[in-house]
Design a binder for this molecule. Sequence first.
Ligand code: C2E
Ligand code: CA
Ligand code: CA
Length: 653
Amino acid sequence: MNSFLASLRLQKDDPDFLKSQYKALASQIPILYVLLIINVLAVAITHIGTAPVWLSLYVPIGLSVTCLLRLCWWEIHGRDEVTAERAMTLMRITVVAAAVLTCAFGAWAVALYQYGNAYQQGQIAYFLVVTGISSVFCLMHLPLAAALTTVITFGTMIVTFMFSGNPVFVATATSGAFLVVPFLRVINSYYQNFVRLVRLTEELQKKQAEAQELNLVNSRNALHDQLTGLANRRSFFLSLEERLRAGSDAPPVLGIIDLDGFKPVNDVFGHAAGDLVLKETARRFMALIGDDGVVARLGGDEFGIIFPDDLAVSTIADVAHALCSAVREPFEIPDGSVRVSGSCGIVQLASGDHTAEELYEKADFALYQVKSKHNGGVEFFSPEHETILSQRHMIELELQAGNFADELSLEYQPIIELKTGIVVGYEALARWDSARFGRISPAAFIPAAERTALIGRMTRVLLGQALDALSAMPSRLRLSFNLSARDICDHETAMTLLAMIHRSGVDARRIEFEITETALLSDFATADRVVSLFRAAGVTIALDDFGTGYSSLSHVHRLAFDKLKIDKSFVMNLDRDTRCLNITRSVANLCQNLGIASVAEGVESGEVAEGLRAMGVRLAQGYYFSRPLPLSAAIDYAIERDKFAMTQQPLYA
Ligand code: C2E
Ligand code: CA
Ligand code: CA
């Protein structure tokens, strides 16, 4: 009952619902007027001649014209978009019109009833009931109007027939009386269902809008870097491909910029400071490149640039230098300001068909070249680079096609204890004698194997040979074996290597794995776990090429290395360059303080060997002592050296 009474009121405070209610009502009302006109005319025609002309002709014409006018209005304006206020006003008018018209129809029908015979009176009863039912069904969305028409038409019919004295009409009136309440209930339940439907539709639309919004955010995230708001790697390549498809003679000019010194900022000042530097870098790049080019964050501290098409060829170098200068400007962070620098590799080709990947590879190669010079700046991809790159591709193809396992071997470079001059072990160095290209340097094929993911297989083949060699060597000699980044950043490979050592029966303590700083940086957490595993098995670990990468002292401390290998670039120039001398001395001191051994590689003269010994460096290797040798020659060398060491004191050569 309460819900019924509530449904009679218009829901002023729900504008969306009011509009939906009005829309539903407007679509039904024209049908109601058509039905009313037909019913009125049907009754009027049968009463012409029976009832007075004004009642059987003029009044029905007047009623029909009124209905027709209302019908026209609804047909013309019923589908207009309305505000909630207007919808409410129109529905109020509809309620009044429904009441007035129902009263008018009722009064007209009752007046006619006086003149007709039994059949015609029956027709009046039928007219009232049908008009009532039509009104109820067509006005369902406006319960007050529907209820009013029900009460008025049925009320008129019941009162008129109840007092007719005719038992058939009295019975009809009585049964009609019982219909009023069920009708009102039907109106109420239909309306409640309608309310639920509208609410459900509203909710659905809201959810749909949310889903659309989410889709929008997702597609934005799929193409944008969340931190800087720049295009991401995927979007960068899509833009590049689009420009290549657009097909002018020359491919787009591409630059890759890498920040130098960004990692220490992250390590020392934290990621929030690092993020600020990246965001500000993005802003500076955007300001220089503008909307005609593309600036993207390709990952980490690497940015990709597609230079605007209309940029003159000669000005590209200027813009690239401006980008690097922009990076050199200080960055404000909460702890003060920090400085980094940038290196830029550019590919600018006059013509030719190139894929996006090829262009990227060339720009990346130019970047690698400029970075390896350690002084930042800009480098364009050159014909010389092209030669190196194509050799690189050939090696990659040869590695994939050929049976490299049969062509790989190891050479052994003796490692000398400086104090006594005896050989304590060897470093195993890979050699590849390709049937097609002859001997290829490990500096060329190891990176190629890393790129083509063949390194795991290669390491297993080489370790197999190294273990065989260890079995053949005097048991006091140890062997250092180089591992690549991929070997130590993969738990499974590490387990396989340990299993191989175990199966070979060689004492694991005779083996040392050499790993580089860059290897550590790619996935420190895994490297940490793998190193612990190796050490637990008895294998010692040396940090190779120390001083050339970016690893921090905390890494050295945390990973508990057994040795640091001082890179040959410092050792070789030790007697000519005081900077190299100082670095070597610092590393030697560091090792002494940490209580670990130091190994100097690249010793090419007796002076350097003597200098190293004086600094407290324990072990050394280099061409001065011996080049890398085949196994039997390496063993002979150790035996010879042992004999020599017994007779000469002290001995470095
Ligand atoms: P590395 O581990 O730093 O090895 C030392 C390199 O310096 C070797 O070059 C060696 O021949 C060279 N060398 C030794 N003494 C001297 C010297 O007195 N002067 C000069 N100028 N050079 C000297 P190599 O054999 O060409 O190896 C190059 C690099 O290839 C190695 O550098 C290492 O990073 C990698 N590599 C070699 N063998 C393997 C391997 O089995 N596995 C992996 N993953 N990498 C390897
Ligand atoms: Ca090494
Ligand atoms: Ca080295």
